[in-house]
Write a protein that binds this ligand. Structure first.
Ligand SMILES: NC(=O)c1ccc[n+]([C@@H]2O[C@H](COP(=O)([O-])OP(=O)(O)OC[C@H]3O[C@@H](n4cnc5c(N)ncnc54)[C@H](OP(=O)(O)O)[C@@H]3O)[C@@H](O)[C@H]2O)c1
Length: 244
């Protein structure tokens, strides 16, 4: 994709991978819009990147998605890149034990319903733009789940599937559909300190920008790049090792 002169919306752009991409897109000469639930996190992002445009939105809520898409396309008619990045990760009790369903539901509504619905809502607008792109942020866990976070992993597997269908269906339109597949990255996903073993955030974000510039439509980094190419036997073996 063209890496400058875009108007880029990054959901969940106030922290982690979203903010690292926001910094790079801003530096490359793009107008960047971010959204998130926490006002204070958006304010911190805005202090670090004064040109950011911030919206406080909860993308897990259907009504908020509808209102947000109407508002942001009216206020920023040049918006041509949607990055579905917002996500949450829960570590539920073992599945044989009683569950707090609201936590599973939140993962499904944030990580899966939101990117599907936002993609569908933005398609009519994006079709009229130059160089329109939808980028969905899935996960290496889409290919080999960690069974103790089964719902998180299924949302990412389903998002991978949806992204393939979307890309195929939009082939005849100008909209490019990209899947960005992070491995474990050192962010605060799921809570502070849970991803310190992950790869360096800046290294990962730099890699993403260079893959986007090269025009790759699906890419991972390190182990997620390996996993997206694995045979069924390799996936089974990796699954067993991960879930020991
Ligand atoms: N870090 C990893 O190891 C890893 C690996 C694979 C995939 N990923 C994916 O990468 C994406 C970014 O995660 P991250 O690692 O950068 O973690 P992060 O720093 O926790 O970022 C997630 C962002 O999403 C926002 N968000 C969550 N729920 C939202 C909602 N309902 N509405 C709007 N915004 C919402 C959060 O802001 P608020 O809380 O303020 O809403 C936060 O800014 C996620 O989709 C995640 O699943 C991460």
């Amino acid at each position: 994709m063209e890496l400058k002169n875009n108007t880029v919306l990054i959901t969940g752009g106030g922290s982690g991978i979203g903010f690292a991409l926001a910094k790079r897109f801003t530096k490359a000469g793009n107008q960047v819009i971010i959204c998130g639930r926490r006002k204070e996190q958006l304010e911190i992002a805005k202090i670090k990147l004064p040109n950011l445009i911030c919206y406080q939105v909860d993308v897990s809520q259907e009504k908020e998605r509808l209102d947000f898409v109407a508002r942001v396309t009216l206020e920023h008619p040049a918006l041509n890149v949607l990055i579905n990045n917002a996500g949450v990760q829960n570590r539920p009790a073992p599945l044989v034990e009683p569950q707090d369903w609201s936590k599973h539901r939140l993962e499904i509504s944030t990580n899966l319903e939101a990117p599907i619905h936002l993609s569908l809502l933005f398609i009519p607008h994006l079709q009229k733009q130059t160089h329109p792109v939808i980028i969905n942020v899935s996960s290496g866990l889409a290919f080999t789940p960690l069974s103790f976070m089964s719902t998180y992993c299924l949302t990412k597997a389903a998002l991978h599937s949806f992204t393939m269908s979307l890309r195929h269906q939009l082939k005849a339109t100008p909209i490019q559909v990209v899947e960005l597949i992070p491995p474990a990255v050192n962010t605060d996903l799921g809570g502070t300190g849970l991803h310190t073993a992950g790869v360096n955030l800046d290294e990962f974000a730099d890699h993403c920008m260079s893959k986007l510039e090269q025009g790759d439509l699906e890419f991972g980094f390190g182990t997620s790049e390996e996993r997206r190419h694995f045979s069924r036997e390799q996936l089974d073996q990796y699954f067993l090792t991960m879930n020991k």
